[in-house]
Design a binder for this molecule. Structure first.
Ligand code: DGL
Length: 259
């Protein structure tokens, strides 16, 4: 058992969707969340720059004594997790688009994936897609501009609706029956997506799987904290504390930290 915190980082506020899944499955764990909103979006950046930002976030979480780090960002995972695993001793849990379950379950043989440019162009994503979805038509779409809107607190606006309509069109034309959310900011769009998608299209994201994997690794390494009755949840952002608080909902505090 270890009372040390789980560290979680994302390019911004989106990874709180993963924090929520982790907190639900592991309610006794102390957590520290870093929203690197000052440097969002990571999606259009090159691999090396993404790696550098991930190193900065990792070192801050390690300074704060984290026992395990969740890279709650598809773009950061697909571009930097190998580097992080090779260079730091703590376990890292990453998140990748859930293309495998979508490919296994599709009946129309067409699935859509909405993700950042950084994720869709990464070699890790190509590897996963070729391995698990080779016989399926995969309609890839870069969600240009979506992360910025979420970072500004706009999860349900006309601008967001118009962007999503544009991005979903080629997927719906191809008769997809699964939409994979390949970015941790996107679960916040589910209310609009449900209005825009026909009933037969299932939305898939990887948040729950990440929480389950976090639990498995903590157990394996004898680091699980399943007893603490008043865990501490810390949320830090290097930009706007209000948006972070808005997404977390009532009862949570967020602090500004320059990193
Ligand atoms: N939440 C990040 C992801 O899952 C957003 C990436 C970005 O900042 O562009 O990919």
């Amino acid at each position: 058992m270890s009372v040390k915190p789980i560290g979680i980082f994302d390019s911004g506020v989106g990874g709180t969707s993963i924090w929520r899944e982790i907190n639900q499955l592991l309610p006794h764990e102390n957590t520290i969340y870093l929203a690197d909103s000052k440097h969002a979006p990571y999606g259009p950046k090159g691999k090396q720059q993404i790696e550098e930002l991930c190193i900065k976030n990792t070192e801050l979480l390690l300074e704060k004594g984290c026992k395990l780090i969740v890279v709650a960002c598809n773009t950061a995972t697909t571009n930097a997790i190998n580097y992080l695993r090779n260079n730091y001793d703590v376990p890292f849990i990453g998140i990748e688009p859930a293309i495998k379950p979508a490919a296994l379950q599709t009946k129309t043989n067409a699935v859509g994936i909405l993700a950042t440019k950084g994720t869709l162009s990464s070699s890790l994503f190509h590897k996963t897609s070729n391995l698990h979805a080779s016989g399926v038509e995969v309609i890839e779409q870069v969600g240009e501009g979506i992360v910025q809107l979420v970072e500004n607190g706009e999860t349900y606006s006309e601008e967001m609706r118009a962007l999503l309509q544009l991005y979903l069109k080629p997927m719906l034309d191809a008769n997809i029956d699964h939409l994979v959310l390949g970015c941790t900011h996107y679960p916040y769009l589910i209310p609009i997506l449900l209005e825009l998608l026909p009933n037969n299209v299932k939305i898939i994201d990887s948040g729950e799987a990440v929480a389950r994997q976090t639990k498995t690794i903590l157990k394996q390494q004898k680091l699980l904290n399943n007893k603490q009755s008043n865990p501490k949840f810390q949320f830090f952002t290097n930009r706007n504390t209000e948006v972070l608080k808005q997404l977390l909902g009532e009862g949570f505090e967020a602090s500004y930290l320059d990193f």
